[in-house]
Design a protein around this ligand. Structure first.
Ligand code: F6R
Length: 608
């Protein structure tokens, strides 16, 4: 999604703005731009594609000026070219925007009827055109900004600069996040605290309906009617080291290899390593009293939630209703107060997940948030926050956040089972013990399977379609494997419940479509092997991801068998995530795609 930065500085800002944009690259973008004001003139540089194109333009034609705004654009309305790149200029007004102005078409028609001339295909341009119109009607900059905010609808984070006021930047939020940073005699605006981390760690997050007027002296925050509001200053934990790849080729690779370490941190928050018991959880959610749990999330976080459903139902006998957030929010699902709702989000800013949260909140449910960014909107609006402590995930394809989400949910399912009396003390100890052993096992697996997966990836890259199969908790994992492969290698892949094979997908089986079967030697193993037989009988090629027991129990011929250690059933989804992540990663590297920023994808999806 788009990234936004603004600086009211005491020294030239263009280079610092681009540096801040680099820290927002992880969000995904397809063009970028910078504007500054210098000696009464407002100027901009914009470029299609990656930031080095913008840097090249800036080095050929530098932009002086101690005040400026900048943007990385993830196209929604209008193709990703230089004309549509932000900042947009209209009559001495510069605007950058993240989100969607939903009524832009109606506003645009009105403005055109009044004689306005549009130069881009974007929804954003109406913001600049509206402010310009209100100024022509005699309003000052602040009043024109507020009038515009009362006219537009949709989701937006906006930052606006005025040529005739080179000491002020205005910003507004309704939906996508926006942070104000307080420096020494300088002020900053950014889509998140990571963007601002080298400048300041003193941050205030704007809330929906806030408009900030920022100058050298500080920030005045008002609501859209102009009434002052107060937003708490906080010290952000974000630091600039977060954008370091270390010795790895890609952030995704670094994040895959970080998993044992970050999962240990996450577990330390939820379980007591000395007594093999779960620590008490936030009392805002009383698992004992619950009749059911509603879970919602998007993409990989949703698939983590699906694994969680198996655990909450099995270990805590707690019925779980789960749906992708884009459906959940509109399903008009009957909910009752004896249910709680859990929302899973790495970024904590995903628009559909946030909307589902608000739907449940309005229905009176207690809200739990499983998030990586504990200062995020979803965390702030929840009753109980369950941090996954994965550290910043920069690669667009989620890896360590997924396994940390699983680790947290496994701990919560044990806590819920303990509170509800569905697991006894001995079972709790055994389950927690398996979680504690998991980072060590993951570490071993990461180092042992790498060479085999690298070779296998070369073979996999020759295919156009791949099917993933699994049963039980391996079914969501099959979907996650397919999602990872398609999003970074662009190979078409689908994940299915192994038992569904014969209800349709079996028609596709031939030697051109490898079938990746995820099957630890668990309660479902024999049944999954029967499904593999069905694939083999039709000439399908099988890549078998199993454990030592599974490998010796199956006599089927495979294209490759990846053998992991035998592990307790609870931790299998985390351990088996590693080969599916590495397989996708190496296939993408082999195919030469942009692994960390795959085409068309955004890290933080703040629009519907
Ligand atoms: C896929 C991926 C996405 C995200 C989804 C939700 O690798 O990363 O599917 O999981 O966009 O994002 P969050 O977790 O930030 O709500």
């Amino acid at each position: 999604m788009c990234g936004i930065v603004g600086i009211v500085g005491n020294t030239p800002v263009a280079e610092r703005l681009v540096d801040a944009l680099k820290r927002l690259e992880y969000r995904g973008y397809d063009s970028a731009g910078v504007a500054t004001i210098h000696d009464g003139a407002m100027d901009r540089r914009r470029a299609e594609g990656k930031l080095f194109n913008l840097e090249k333009k800036l080095s050929d034609e530098p932009l002086p000026g101690q005040i400026g705004i900048a943007h990385t654009r993830w196209a929604t309305h209008g193709v990703p070219n230089e004309t549509n790149a932000h900042p947009h200029f209209v009559d001495g007004i510069a605007v950058v925007h993240n989100g969607i102005i939903e009524n832009f078409s109606e506003i645009k028609d009105d403005l055109i009827a009044e004689g306005a001339c549009f130069t881009t295909q974007t929804d954003t341009e109406v913001v600049a055109q509206l402010i310009a119109k209100y100024r022509r009607q005699g309003l000052d900059n602040r009043a024109a900004m507020l009038a515009m905010l009362n006219r537009v609808t949709g989701a937006f984070a906006l930052v606006v600069m005025f040529k005739d006021d080179p000491d002020t930047i205005m910003a507004a939020r309704f939906g996508p996040p926006l942070a104000v940073g307080f420096g020494k005699g300088e002020m900053f605006l950014g889509s998140d605290a990571i963007a601002l981390s080298p400048f300041t760690n003193e941050i205030a997050y704007l809330e929906d309906g806030d408009c900030a007027i920022v100058d050298h002296r500080g920030a005045e925050i008002v609501d859209f009617s102009g009434k002052p509001v107060v937003r708490k200053h906080q010290i952000s934990q974000a630091t600039a080291f977060m954008v370091d790849k270390g010795n790895h080729r890609h952030f995704m690779e670094k994040e895959i290899y970080e998993q044992p370490e970050v999962i240990s941190h996450a577990l330390a928050h939820y379980v007591d390593f000395a007594t093999n018991t779960v620590k008490p959880v936030d009392s805002a959610i009383d698992f004992k009293a619950l009749r059911g749990l509603a879970i919602s999330a998007c993409g990989t976080a949703y698939l983590a939630g699906l694994v969680g459903k198996y655990w909450f139902e099995r270990y805590a006998r707690l019925p779980v209703e789960i749906d992708v957030a884009s459906e959940f929010r509109y399903r008009e699902m009957p909910l009752s107060k004896d249910q709680a709702a859990l929302f899973i989000s790495q970024s904590g800013e995903t628009a559909d997940t946030l909307a589902s949260l608000r739907y449940c909140k309005d229905s009176g449910l207690k809200i739990g948030a499983i998030v990586n960014v504990s200062e995020s909107t979803i965390a702030r609006e929840a009753d109980a926050v369950f941090p996954i402590l994965a550290g910043p995930e920069i690669g667009v394809a989620s890896t360590k956040a997924f396994t940390c989400q699983l680790a947290v949910m496994a701990s919560l399912a044990i806590s819920a089972g303990k509170a509800r009396g569905t697991i006894n003390a001995a079972e709790e100890k055994q389950l927690v013990q398996s979680l504690i052993e998991m980072p060590r096992i993951m570490s071993q697996v990461l180092h042992s399977i790498q060479p085999q997966l690298e070779t296998l990836s070369r073979d996999l890259s020759k295919f156009k379609d791949v099917l993933y199969l699994g049963r039980g908790t391996s079914y969501p994992l099959a979907m996650e494997g397919a999602l990872k492969l398609k999003e970074i290698s662009y190979i078409h892949a689908e994940g299915y419940a192994a038992g569904e094979l014969k209800h349709g997908p079996i028609a596709l089986i031939d030697e051109n479509m490898p079938v990746i079967v995820i099957a630890p030697h668990d309660r479902f193993f024999e049944k999954t092997v029967s499904n593999m037989q069905e694939v083999a009988a039709r000439g399908g090629r099988i890549i078998f991801i199993t454990d030592e027991k599974g490998a010796s129990a199956s006599k089927l011929e495979t294209m490759a068998t990846i053998v992991l250690p035998n592990v307790p059933e609870l931790i299998a989804p985390m351990v088996f995530s590693l080969p599916i992540q590495l397989l996708a990663y190496h296939t993408a590297v082999f195919m030469g795609t942009d692994v960390d920023q795959p085409r068309n994808l955004a890290k933080s999806v703040t629009v519907e």
